[in-house]
Structure formats: C-alpha cells, structure tokens
Design a protein around this ligand. Structure first.
Ligand code: GDP
Ligand code: MG
Ligand code: ZN
Length: 335
C-alpha cells in the first residue's frame, strides 16, 4: 500500500508565515540563547495537517508551523509529537510519540490514516440529503478495527421523513450509542446533548457531505471559523480550508477533529475476519462454524448462516458483510 503522505501540498517550506492571531508564540526569554532553545525538545499535538504541512500546538496553547524531520510521512492529525524550535513560530517534528489509537480508511488500495489518539468516532448522518446506511456500517467497522468507541448521530430531525429515525433505531438495536439532534431547528438542545456526549473525549467527526458536520462544529466550537481561517493561513493552504484536517479544542475539555468530506469509506486495510468480528450480531457466533476458515457465505454448518435463517441476523447486514468480504478478498488478490 502506498502512503497517503506522498501527496504534496503547495507552498514553500521556507515561506515566512504571518504572526498567529489566535495565540502568539511567546517571545524568547532574553537570557536563553537561540541555540539553546533550538536544542530543547518540547511536546506538542498536531492540530492541523495539509499534505506535508502541519501545525502543532504546545502545552501553553502556542501554534507553530511544523515539518517532519526527514520527511518520513508518519505524522497524523492528533499525534503527540516531540518537536524542536526552528525559525520564529516554526518547529521540526523529531519523533511521533506512541499512539493510543489510529483510525484508518482506504481510498481504493491506498491507505489513509484519518486521525491518531482518538477515543470516539462520531458518525453524523441525516435523511436529507439521503444518506447511505452502508457508509455508516463501514465507518463502524473501521472504528471497531481501530478499537475506538462510536457514537451515531442523526442530524436534521426537523426534516426527517422517518427513514433517519428508523436507521438510528436499527443501529441502537445492534447495541450502538445513538443520539438524534437538529443543529438548525434546536441548536441549544443540540449543543447541550452533543456537548455532554463529546466532553472529555478526543472525538473524530465523520460523515458524508451535507449531513451537517460543519453546522455541528460551529455549534460546539464557537471560534471554529476563526481557527479554521488561522490554520489555513498558517498552513499556507490558501483557500483549501476544507481539504485540511483540523483539531478543535472543546470548551469543556476534550477535542473534536474534522476531516475533509469523503463519500466512500474504504476498508482495504482490513480482512474479512476483521469485518465479521466488527459486526456486533456476528461477533458472538464466530468460532461456532464447522470450518475454522468459514467465510459465512454458504459453507455447511455455518453459525452465521443459521442465524440468518433464524432471523437473528438481518438479510441486509449479511449481504453487506458478504459483499464487503468479497471486495476485500478481491483487493488482496485472493480468490
Ligand atoms: N433542516 C436542517 N438543515 C440542516 C441542519 N443542520 C445542517 N443543515 C443544513 O444542511 C446543509 C449542510 O450542512 P453542513 O454543515 O455544511 O454539512 P457538512 O457537509 O456535513 O459539513 C446546510 O445547508 C445546513 O444549513 C438541521 O438540523 N436541519
Ligand atoms: Mg462541512
Ligand atoms: Zn460461518
């Protein structure tokens, strides 16, 4: 698999970036020489990424433009990194600290790291424009494979024709945490309910475009637009604000990561066994089939097939599993 970080962003690494407007980098202490400061390592979080350009935020809240030393392509939004001071308001990323999680998706066979150190994936959907239930199911599989707890959020309850609520109820029956909100018709209630659910977690927001992710971010993060502008300017991303990934601190603690919109949630980095294990109604049955390597698509004495026949596994979910397993097998060059 090729690394996503081969994508290069426009801009000159040595360009002079304007002074930050959100928070200024503190002036260097007069007694400490520039050389001494440059030698010091400090810890920071990657809060914005655009190609090979990063912004890191240190413990004091100062933002710096940062580049990975050696261009290794291993830095992901949300990473905790060890940095060294470079020129004014700039830094080099010397190493990536151990991650608690890494959420991946694939673009065809091209694997992309969406975010690191996230402990909650918030999947936003709505009935208008119609959303694809399989996108939700795929995002849930990716979250499970990364060991990250999901929260399903139905937005736009004010324009729901019933299909959104029905999809949310199906997900709740599978055991997932769910929330129904309306960012537009009930902004205060939405801010309270979603704010409480996200507080103190490191959350990643995903969803097809048009579901209301930006609207929800603006509700939860009052300075989101200023920060987005700031990130974009400092990253030299020009007007490409929505193609950069960004991390916003939440007022009550925790943070919220916004990713560029995408319509498909590729899972080429997983194998069919990981998919079966990620489906809550499949997982308890695994290991009960006659064959250890059962694919659950027509083998004799298959526990999954039996559950499908008994109606405890939904036909649409089994079809989703079977098609996804076949797709992954094909991508791996298998039979
Ligand atoms: N009716 C209704 N529209 C909403 C709601 N939330 C967002 N929208 C609208 O849906 C459209 C897409 O929202 P946006 O936040 O840009 O979606 P994103 O692509 O997921 O970031 C915009 O026109 C929003 O005003 C809601 O709760 N109800
Ligand atoms: Mg948006
Ligand atoms: Zn089976």
């Amino acid at each position: 698999m090729r690394s996503s970080a081969s994508t290069s962003a426009p801009g000159d690494e040595h360009a002079v970036f304007p002074q930050p407007r959100l928070r200024r980098v503190p002036r260097e202490a007069g007694a400490v020489s520039g050389a001494t400061r440059r030698a010091e390592l400090f810890e920071a979080r990657v809060v914005a990424a655009y190609g090979r350009h990063f912004l890191v935020e240190d413990a004091g809240g100062a933002l710096r433009q940062a580049h990975r030393r050696g261009k290794r392509g291993d830095v992901v939004l949300g990473d905790r990194v060890a940095c060294r001071h470079a020129a004014a308001a700039q830094a080099t990323i010397e190493s990536v600290l151990p991650r608690t999680s890494l959420l991946m998706r694939a673009d065809g066979v091209r694997c992309k790291a969406l975010a690191a150190n996230v402990d909650r994936v918030v999947v936003v959907f709505a009935a208008r424009p119609s959303s694809n239930e399989r996108f939700l199911w795929r995002a849930l599989v990716a979250a499970h494979a990364a060991g990250i707890a999901p929260l399903l959020v139905l937005n736009k309850t004010d324009v729901d024709d019933g299909s959104g609520a029905a999809a949310l109820a199906r997900l709740a029956r599978l055991g997932y945490a769910t929330l129904a909100v309306s960012a537009k018709a009930a902004p205060e209630a939405t801010r309270r309910a979603l704010g409480a659910a996200l507080q103190a977690h490191s959350n990643l927001l995903v969803g097809q475009s048009g579901m209301g992710k930006s609207t929800l971010i603006n509700l939860l993060v009052p300075d989101a637009q200023a920060r987005t502008k700031e990130y974009s300017t400092r990253l030299n991303a020009g007007r490409q604000t929505t193609t950069a990934s960004r991390l916003f601190p939440l007022a009550g603690g925790g943070d919220l990561i916004d990713t560029p919109g995408f319509q498909a949630f590729g899972l080429a980095h997983l194998d069919p066994g990981q998919v079966a294990a990620a489906l809550p109604e499949f997982a308890p049955l695994l290991g009960r089939c006659r064959f250890n390597d059962c694919r659950h698509v027509g083998e004799p004495d298959c526990a999954i097939r039996a559950a499908l026949d008994a109606g405890t596994i939904d036909a649409a979910r089994h079809a989703f599993y079977a098609e996804l397993a076949e797709e992954l097998q094909r991508q791996r060059g298998g039979p």
